[in-house]
Design a protein around this ligand. Structure first.
Ligand code: 5GP
Length: 199
């Protein structure tokens, strides 16, 4: 059985990583998306248990205390974290898991799981990211400005990832991630050659 891999995907808010990942997941039904826990408020259209587990701060802190998180971070005033058990259960079944997480959490996973694949999705330019953030409709201007500031700091961390993708168009970015996944699956340490004669 092929080993499952952790696939870390980060990128600034508004870069379009959700859309790119949706495309990648559509073409790779065997991939599993890790559902994070967060203390931020649920947005219109989001579903508890699908997009996130929406929990309060005391419950989040309890999970941290019980070492239930693979990683966690504070982002724009809210906590976000990856429940570790679901990730480990998938990997044990040979299923690869996508973690769509911000940089601080990604760095923790890189340290704890050195075999994780790490991908940074960057915007084509600062101005374009500003346009995408403001055009999204669900983000008030002051929040968008804060996120643009955070975005620049986040992009400075791109060299810490194994791969960087520039999201010019969704289809090209998705194709590049596909190429990474295909190459990673062919790495010798994850490939077993069948050398015995068939029975
Ligand atoms: P949003 O509130 O827009 O859904 O997410 C804000 C940021 O938090 C995004 O950069 C997203 O990738 C990140 N994020 C989502 N889940 C997690 C998580 O479990 N851990 C960490 N460290 N970041 C997360």
């Amino acid at each position: 059985m092929k080993q499952g891999r952790i696939i870390i995907v980060s990128g600034p808010s508004g870069v379009g990583k959700g859309t790119v990942l949706k495309e990648v997941m559509k073409n790779n039904p065997a991939l599993r998306f890790s559902v994070s826990a967060t203390t931020r408020k649920i947005r219109p259209g989001e579903i508890d248990g699908v997009h996130y587990y929406y929990i309060d701060k005391p419950r989040f802190e309890k999970m941290l205390e019980n070492h239930e998180m693979l990683e966690h971070a504070e982002y724009a005033g809210n906590y976000y974290g990856t429940p570790e058990k679901a990730v480990n259960d998938a990997l044990a079944q040979g299923i690869s898991v996508v973690l769509e997480i911000e940089v601080q959490g990604a760095l923790q996973v890189m340290l704890r799981r050195p075999d994780a694949i790490s991908i940074f999705i960057a915007p084509p330019s600062y101005n374009e990211l500003g346009r995408r953030l403001n055009g999204r409709g669900d983000t008030p201007p002051d929040v968008a400005a804060e996120r643009l500031h955070i975005a620049v700091q986040e992009c400075l961390n791109a060299p810490k990832y194994q791969y960087t993708i520039i999201n010019d168009t969704v289809s090209e970015a998705a194709a590049q991630i596909q190429a990474i996944l295909t190459a990673e699956a062919c790495r010798s340490e994850y490939t077993t050659i069948q050398l015995k004669e068939d029975e």
